[in-house]
Design a protein around this ligand. Structure first.
Ligand code: B12
Length: 237
């Protein structure tokens, strides 16, 4: 098998020590306007890589990136891992935080596995709920023959919209400043709250609206991980 066609199992193995997971794959076409790979090759498959729950937290928190005091440690940690794997397999790593313009990670993610939109505008996974996010995508020149029949490639998201049938939609009731109305997100209201003393709960334990979702609560971020994201978010806004 060519070195540039790692199987899903091999990619998963390379990610395990970092606490990251393969989140499915999709097959790009010209409309996706992806960059060419080394040697002018067109990418054949894009593997989505992300974190589920706080799976990445122990590895990231133990890394030099977390401790070095420089800005954006999680993004720099992701870039180091993504670029090393891309180089190993003759591909390219694409990152959710490179932009604007940003790569449409949420649309890509829905092509790789079954997800639905949520009133919080985060994608909801049937098992992990809102407790998952993406660290990079690996665009590779070839798909391993081991995977061809097994991976979900470019199918539209299926399944019922879990949020539409959710009784009471607690996520929309939980935000102390009504930052969400199911159609938009009032970033200013959210950020002002986080900077006030009333925002301590969200800052310490994570967004109250996200925590109100009844799906996948066993995957909720551990306190340190939640606080890390909230701090990064509040510092930027
Ligand atoms: C810009 C951005 C933001 C901005 C949003 C500004 C705005 N109103 O658009 C700000 C800074 C507010 C933000 C905040 C957060 N974000 Co953000 N953000 C992004 C980023 C970098 C780019 C989005 C974008 O413009 N994409 C370009 C368009 C073309 O791509 P797209 O796939 O079509 O994405 C859009 C649509 O899918 C749409 N959308 C998604 N769901 C729904 C649902 C409805 C009803 C509607 C109308 C639209 C809609 O929103 C997306 C952005 O406009 C993405 C990473 C990425 N590259 O996608 C993360 C991303 C969307 N964010 C993410 C997260 C986790 C957060 C935070 C929770 C972070 C935190 N504090 O922990 C917060 C909270 C936001 C919230 N609750 O809504 C995750 C979501 C993971 C998931 N499960 O879906 C992403 C994918 C990053 C990642 N590494 O995984 N974010």
């Amino acid at each position: 098998m060519p070195m540039n066609a790692p199987s899903r199992a091999l990619i998963a193995e390379a990610l395990r020590g970092h606490g990251l997971q393969v989140r499915g794959a999709w097959q790009p076409d010209a409309r996706d306007a992806l960059p060419r790979l080394a040697g002018g090759k067109v990418p054949t498959v894009v593997w989505m890589v992300g974190g589920v729950g706080s799976g990445l937290w122990p590895a990231f928190a133990a890394s030099s990136f977390y401790a070095d005091g420089l800005p954006d440690p999680l993004d720099r940690w992701s870039r180091a891992i993504g670029q090393a794997l891309a180089q190993r397999w003759g591909g390219l790593a694409l990152f959710p935080f490179d932009g604007p313009p940003y790569w449409p990670f949420q649309q890509w993610a829905a092509r790789a596995e079954a997800l639905c939109s949520s009133p919080l505008m985060l994608r909801l996974h049937p098992e992990y709920g809102l407790w998952h996010a993406y660290r990079f995508a690996l665009a590779l020149p070839a798909l391993s023959p081991d995977d061809a029949p097994a991976v979900r490639l470019g199918e539209p998201s299926v399944g019922t919209d879990v949020c539409l049938s959710c009784a009471g939609q607690p996520c929309l009731q939980a935000c102390p400043v009504q930052a969400f109305d199911g159609k938009g997100y009032r970033l200013d209201a959210c950020a002002a709250h986080l900077h006030s003393s009333q925002g301590r709960d969200c800052m310490q334990d994570g967004c109250l609206a996200r925590r109100a979702c009844p799906v996948g609560t066993e995957h909720a971020y551990v306190q340190e991980h939640a606080a890390f994201h909230m701090r990064a978010f509040a510092q930027a806004h």
